[in-house]
Design a binder for this molecule. Structure first.
Ligand code: AMP
Length: 639
């Protein structure tokens, strides 16, 4: 590796819009293959890169080549050859992401099986980068529909795969039909003889970059890997692991700053004390976070490699590699955060099917096998929960004076002729209803991102998807965004009916997206309700009560924030006075809502919006009990 000292993208002479795009994607520092390749490619040198998927090799060529694109010129300046249509699409998506700040930039993936006329139209319109499978690129060259006269750079991606799939002659044919002055970058996970021959023949004084890898790991760290890909599936997996494994403190490694925040937020929402640690945080804040971990005030840190460098906290019992590290050196460094001071530690590595090769490289380099592990099963999680539940009972019986409850329940038992077990079961149900003791295994769905990476030849009927970024990054981002949009406003969406078209037409408000991704075009205002966490209220109760008692479509009920003694909720601004009056006395968890505008709310309208007027307050709701519909909504949620 030639430039191991490069630790920041700003040290590389990438074009400003490319730097901006990297910042937007959230990459903190170049991966080793990037640090080594980018200067050579910017310099115009030919390059031989020994790197596999997962090392960041796509950005290693895309970033420098994009930096040299002349947007004004509309003939292809860069051609990337990829073995499969999936890879072609994903590389094209990566270019698009890294060129997000280059106005007027066009990249076109071309592959067999795709409608030719669309490709022709796009080629005519002008593209800067073409990413294609060899067969289809040859097709276009023969038909003279692809003009490579202005080609500046050619990339052979996954060259050994192209060889394995029998494309090597096609690749050579294409190489011979490109201008002699073009720059060539050849990336391959392995360097079999025929690839070496191609390199010798077509590359001029190539710079060779490969990832040095000979590192050993501490023997007292148990190492496991789990095959899982895609943000959502990894999130599910991590949730199970956290439940099933006894851990003291954990460091979770991800690749981007954005992912640190995103994952920490998701874990917090699941009840763990987790915090992000990334290069955007200043030194003082980082130290504070690490100190909180030391002092048991925090159990999980979600970090990037840069930010976690040198963390030495003895109670870290687990390291979880949510995203696979780029190389074995990074792996060794990461897992070395556990097993400190002679203690034992566990390291878990998530490997997406297409990253298998990188796993083997790590094993080879560390000279240690990494043990495959299964996702903890539903019954393992159940056992754990039951164990905790029993412990809670023991602790409560040992630590609390329960005389009062003994009397109440003895009285109940006599009055209702119920056994102590029956009563205890009912109470246990109530206690655990949000976190059932029985966890079932969800039926395994075959997901796109589950499928093993592999040769989906142009002519092969097998369809395989890779799940990576920035391609994957984008996909993950969008699924994450979707999740966030769908996700509870501390879950106020529960018990909500799916919205259908008809429903839209006769509800008080029409639609436009809000920040939750829900639809409404009514201006929203914040209201305060006099019921809070201390009353054991759940967002679903609030939604149920307001939706049913005020006749407001739950889609128009916005963010709900529970405080100890009150709750704030976003509702359509200018609610008619009668409705406000009515909601004053609606009871939730046996407390009247006493709704009032919170802060700078729009003053209520006098029944301006007729549809907002509550038709008939239900008799029950005005009394001492909650409205029956609200109760039903609650029940629905509980089930
Ligand atoms: P690749 O080896 O090109 O398939 O890339 C593997 C993954 O690493 C992709 O998800 C990229 O988005 C991600 N990646 C590439 N470079 C970086 C970087 N410098 N920092 C963080 N993630 C990166």
């Amino acid at each position: 590796m030639s430039s191991p000292e490069v630790t920041s993208f700003t040290e590389l002479a990438l074009a400003a819009p490319v730097q901006k795009a990297i910042e937007a994607v959230g990459y903190e520092q170049p991966s080793p293959i990037q640090a080594a390749s980018i200067p050579h490619l910017l310099n115009g040198d030919d390059l031989l890169g020994v790197a596999q998927t997962g090392t960041g090799k796509t950005a290693a060529f895309a970033l420098p080549l994009l930096s040299k694109i002349e947007l004004k010129s509309k003939t292809p300046q860069v051609l990337v050859l990829a073995p499969t249509r999936e890879l072609a699409i994903q590389v094209a998506e990566a270019f698009q992401t890294y060129a997000s700040k280059m106005k007027g930039f066009h990249v076109l993936p071309i592959y067999g099986g795709q409608d030719m006329s669309g490709q022709l139209r796009q080629l005519k319109r002008g593209v800067h980068v073409v990413v294609g499978t060899p067969g289809r690129v040859m097709d276009h060259l023969r038909r003279k529909t692809l003009d490579l006269s202005g080609l500046k750079s050619l990339v052979l991606d996954e060259a050994d795969e192209m060889l394995r799939m029998g494309f090597i002659d096609d690749v050579e044919w294409i190489l011979e039909h490109t201008p002699s002055e073009r720059q060539v970058a050849l990336f391959s996970a392995t360097m079999p003889k025929p690839i070496r021959k191609v390199a010798d023949r077509y590359l001029k004084n190539p710079k060779e970059v490969r990832i040095a890898s000979d590192t050993s790991t501490a023997p007292h760290i148990e190492q496991f890997y789990l095959m899982v890909g895609g943000f959502e599936r990894k999130l599910d997996a991590i949730t199970r692991i956290l439940e099933a494994q006894d851990f003291d403190a954990m460091i979770i490694f991800v690749r981007t700053k954005t992912a640190t925040a995103e994952l920490a937020e998701k874990l917090e929402a699941r009840g763990y004390s987790a915090s992000a640690l990334n290069g955007d945080m200043n030194q003082a804040l980082r130290e504070r976070t690490i100190n909180r971990l030391k002092k048991n005030q925090l159990d999980i840190i979600v970090a990037t490699d840069v930010a976690a460098r040198g963390i030495d906290v003895q109670r870290v019992s687990h390291v979880l590699n949510f995203d696979i590290p780029y190389d074995s050196e990074a792996y060794v460094h990461r897992i070395g955060r556990t097993g400190r001071a002679g203690r034992s530690g566990k390291a878990i590595l998530f490997v997406a099917p297409r990253e298998k090769r990188l796993l083997h490289t790590i094993e080879k380099a560390t000279r240690q096998a990494i043990t495959p592990m299964e996702l903890p099963s539903g019954s393992e999680v159940s056992n754990k929960r039951i164990q905790q539940f029993k412990q809670l009972l023991t602790d409560t019986m040992e630590g609390q004076n329960l005389d009062f409850f003994n009397n109440v329940l003895a009285e109940y038992s006599t009055e209702h002729n119920r056994s102590a077990e029956e009563i205890a079961s009912a109470l246990a149900y109530l206690l655990q209803k949000e976190r059932p003791l029985q966890v079932k295994d969800a039926p395994r769905k075959k997901k796109r991102d589950d499928s093993p990476r592999g040769g989906n030849r142009e002519d092969s009927p097998r369809k395989k998807k890779r799940d990576d970024s920035p391609r994957g990054e984008n996909r993950e981002d969008s699924s994450r965004k979707k999740k966030r949009d769908d996700s509870p406003r501390e879950d106020s969406s529960r018990g909500k009916k799916p919205r259908d078209h008809k429903e839209n037409t006769d509800k008080p408000f029409d639609s436009k997206p809000t920040k939750h991704g829900k639809k409404t075009d009514v201006p929203m205002s914040c209201y305060r309700l006099e019921v809070g966490r201390n009353d054991d209220v759940k967002p679903g109760d609030i939604v149920g009560a307001i939706a049913n008692e005020a006749g407001i479509d739950s889609h128009h009920i916005g963010h709900i924030k529970l405080h100890d003694d009150h709750t704030t909720v976003d509702l359509p601004a200018g609610m008619p006075e009668e409705l406000m009056q009515h909601l004053q006395n609606v009871r939730v968890c046996n407390r009247p809502l006493k709704i009032k505008p919170n802060g700078k709310a729009t003053p209520p309208l006098k029944a301006k919006n007729k549809k907002l007027k509550k038709a008939k307050p239900s008799a029950k709701s005005t009394g001492d009990t909650e409205g029956s519909k609200a109760k039903k909504a609650r029940k629905r949620k509980a089930n």
